[in-house]
Structures are given as structure tokens and as C-alpha cells.
Design a protein around this ligand. Sequence first.
Ligand code: MG
Ligand code: MG
Length: 293
Amino acid sequence: MAPGTWANPGPQQPVLLSFYAFMAIITKTREQIELMRESAQVVSRTLGEVAKLIRPGITPLELDRVAETCIRDQGAVPGFLGYGGFPNTLCTSVNEQVVHGIPTNRPLQEGDIIAVDCGAIKNGYFGDHAFTFAVGEVSAQVQQLLKVTLECLYLGIAEIRTGNFTGDVGFAVQLHAERNGYGVVRELVGHGLGTSLHEDPELPNYGRRGKGTRLQEGMVLAIEPMINLGSRNVVTLNDGWTVATKDGRPSAHFEHDVAIIDGRPEILSTFRHVYDALGIEDPFQQSAHQPVS
Ligand code: MG
Ligand code: MG
């Protein structure tokens, strides 16, 4: 199984591969959610360390080594390393790569974007989140893709509350992405998170209001819009892991871990360390219950 979740094959979905296995939804107690917050923040701090190093000339493999050390220094274990045979700590997906990129020795270049997805296990619980970085100056078009994908993430999070359905979350993400003319990847989806990297329910980035799985108190979800500048279609490269856009145009990916507490979304992970490293203000000033600015 890949570090990300392949969507369950539906009747109309052109699914490339599916390793989906049925699992029941496992809600978490407050105590368990606190442990999961710790796991998420191990990843948050790791993404912050990676953020300090992003520049033209650095290789994804160097980022990977720093990430592994950072995770282990926090008393945690890399969550992706060895998962289904994945060879590294980070998934690093550059430009037209969507997710599951294997870190390479190819130096990053000015104008690239790199999605860094990281998992960690602490106290038996997984953290799993991701940020897409600009390398130096990127084109205005790509900058807009990053901005809108991040907005999609927070618009989706705002829908993660009791009484809503996974379809409400997907609808919000899809609407914003498609209004901006972008393609929403369908073959890979967000997911429940816990002692397993992938738990039920699936959390697609597209959907219809009131459809899908009903959201419940104590759910912890990894929400992760994967948004393409061009068409939504993707292919898997010959390495068997890397998913890339079919049209070769860039793709962005942001991911947060979100718990439903008192009926409302609480973001367990944070991009604070990333923004601190980049020396910029968090445009969304993540407060616990008001994720959308
Ligand atoms: Mg995930
Ligand atoms: Mg991830």
C-alpha cells in the first residue's frame, strides 16, 4: 500500500489501482486525540526543518535525511519508511508529480515546486501531513495554484463537523478548485487516521453535499487536496510509486490532520514552523476552531 490512500473503486471512477481494505470507522477519545496531536506536531516540526533548507541546489534526498533525523530526535519513527515497501521518510513530489514521489539526487531548481509529505509514528499513533513549497521564485500561475490549493484545504476543513458528510467536505474543495479552472485528482483521497496510516472513512476531494459518510465526534481525518493546474488526470510512473499529472502540468498538495471535538474541526497539525522558517505570516492564522480566514 502506498503512503497515500488510493480511492476505493467506484462504479464511475477510472481507478488506477486499489489496495483498499474495508475497515470500520474508529473514533478517538480526548486522550487519544491528545496523543495524535503530538504525532501530528512531530511532523509539523519536521516540515519546519525541511522548510529551512528549501532552495535551488538542494536535493530531495538531503531533505529526506534531515527529516528522518528530526523525527527520530523527537522520539518518533518515520511513518512512511518501509510502509508497503516505500523506501524513504518523505514523499517528495516535484512540479508535475502529484504525490508519492521518491526522493532523488536531482537538485531542485529555481521555479520548481516540491510537495513534501511526511508521516511519523509516536505513542502508536500516526501523524501525516504535507506542504508544497516554492523553490525560489515561481511563476505567477504556479503561485496562484499553491494559494488556491491551500484555500481548498481550509475550506474543506471548515466542513469537517458533526452533522456533515464527507461529501460536504469534498464539495467545498472541488467547487473552489474548479471555479479557478483547476483539475481535482480523484484517484487519491484523504482518510481517517489513527494507529493505522489509513482508516475509514475515505475523504475524497470532490463530492456532493449530504452524500458519503456522516461525520462523527471523535473522528480524526487527514484532509489532503491534490489540485492540478491542468486536467485532473494522473498516471503512475515506472518506479511504481510516483503519481504525476498526465498532461505534465504542475500539481499542488497540502495536508492537515483534523479532529472533530465538540462537533467542530480542530487542526492537530500546524504550518507554524513552516511559516516561521520561511519568514512569512501564516495567511490563515490557524486558530483551533476557525480555520478559514
Ligand atoms: Mg494522508
Ligand atoms: Mg500524507
